[in-house]
Design a protein around this ligand. Structure first.
Ligand code: KE4
Length: 422
């Protein structure tokens, strides 16, 4: 049997960092990744024979749990009929119809293959519709890796951004404006300076990429009002929150309707699917009925559509309220167990997502999220994995529960936390 360490050695020879997505390399938590052999329900088994209770759930998609029979069977039946047609298939219409039905702000939807494609396309549409170039995003929010979103804060508020990584031209990110999450005053200042050039605000209505940060009272409504005042489009990036914080996403839960919505993760049931959708008057600007171009060879792939359709239909029958209550009870028990061992934490929770920050400050934006002790989190991560619990290998990600997690799973995780001494 090939071990994780043998596989990782080989992987690093043939893939950058030995992974296909950076966070999986576990660099920020000071250890090597384990390689997964199989997963079922709330568990994953490593190639080394370890049984891990999984609280990453593929970074969100596996809301029903790994290997959910209805989803697996749908994908297996679909693949027997052909993996890809490059032509329309019934389940594209069926999944699109379910999403239109369930998500308040979506009257029409276009399928793509990732969250990155979804946000990149939604921004292009907003720019096409408004004829404007600038976009406002929030520090600590992540919208995938298209160039315009890989921007870091420039010298001061309402100034242009600088590239967040080599390879991104300054010319691209000069159109990307930044503000702190939950800071409506900063947003207003940016719009006072650039409002007539801003095509859109893009926001994670529940932010999951700085650890979990929730929108403060009035924040989302304030963004809606500012967009209406200046004629910019409001884009909710619900790649994490869609079908997670409630069936209709954060927009349903908070009662704020964006102009465009991006989704991914859960709507593919573990297969590569993203989508962007919104008001019909905007979506009809998308080629071929409109003049804003976007395309994709595997968009609407029959197997991914079948899996996504089975997923959203199964989720419609689940008890989200009970899962939210169970998740809060579990997260609170972890917080209390850490406190008993002398660790002060801040808990942010909604639905089946939470983050315990190793800090005593409130966490409302990226600056306050960074006040957490990441070194201590790394020790915590390694301790939990040694005790059979798989957490996100970064302090700036979320813990996800699912409809598959059991009382035994929660108990095992709590016992592991109780034995954490730093
Ligand atoms: P993908 O291109 O990775 O499918 O989606 C990009 C994306 C867009 N919007 C939001 C709010 C997201 O959270 C993401 C991707 N999420 C990260 C984890 N937080 C993916 C994990 C990874 O990069 O490996």
């Amino acid at each position: 049997m090939t071990s994780s360490s043998d596989l990782f050695k080989k992987a690093q020879e043939v893939m950058p960092g030995g992974v296909n997505s950076p966070v999986r390399a576990c660099k920020s938590v000071g250890c090597d990744p384990c390689f997964i052999e199989k997963a079922k329900g709330s568990h994953m088994w490593t190639v080394d024979g370890e049984d891990l209770v999984d609280f990453v759930m593929s970074w969100g998609p596996m809301m029903l749990g790994h290997g959910y029979d209805e989803v697996d069977n749908a994908a297996i039946e679909a693949v027997k009929k052909g993996a890809s047609f490059g032509a329309p298939c019934p389940d594209e219409v069926n999944l699109a119809s379910e999403i239109v039905e369930m998500v308040p702000g979506i009257e029409m939807v276009r399928m793509v293959n990732s969250g990155t494609e979804a946000t990149m396309s939604a921004l292009r549409l907003a720019r096409g519709v408004t004829g404007r170039d600038k976009v406002l995003k929030f520090e600590g929010c992540y919208h995938g890796h298209s160039d315009c979103f890989l921007a870091s804060a420039g010298s001061g508020l309402a100034t242009f951004s600088i590239p967040g990584t080599p390879g991104v031209p300054e010319d691209i990110v000069k159109h990307t404006l930044l503000a702190p999450y939950n800071d409506l005053g900063a947003v207003k200042a940016v719009f006072e300076k650039h409002g007539s050039d801003i095509a859109a605000i893009i926001v994670e209505p529940v932010a999951g990429n700085m650890g979990l940060v929730l929108p403060g009272e009035g924040f989302l409504q304030g963004l809606r009002d500012i967009c209406d005042e200046y004629g910019a489009l409001l884009i909710f990036d619900e790649v994490i929150s869609g079908f997670r914080v409630c069936l209709g996403g954060a927009q349903k839960r908070f009662g704020i309707t964006p102009d465009l919505t991006t989704m991914g993760k859960i709507i593919g049931g573990g297969f590569p699917v993203g989508c962007y959708g919104g008001k019909r008057k905007y979506m009809e600007r998308i080629s071929p009925c409109g003049d804003v171009y976007q395309a994709g060879t595997l968009s609407g792939n029959p197997v991914a559509m079948a899996a996504g359709l089975a997923t959203v239909r199964a989720l419609a029958k689940q008890d989200y309220k009970a899962l939210e209550e169970r998740t809060l009870k579990f997260a609170t028990a972890l917080k209390e167990a850490l406190a008993e061992n002398g660790f002060t934490t801040t808990l942010n929770h909604i639905g089946s997502i939470f983050t315990l920050f190793f800090t005593d400050s409130e966490v409302v934006d990226f600056e306050s999220a960074k006040s957490g002790d990441t070194e201590l989190y790394s020790k915590f991560y390694r301790h939990m994995r040694k005790n059979g619990i798989n957490l996100a290998p970064s302090a700036f990600e979320c813990t996800f529960t699912s409809f598959a997690h059991t009382e035994d799973d929660y108990e095992k995780a709590l016992n592991a936390v109780k034995s954490f001494k730093g």
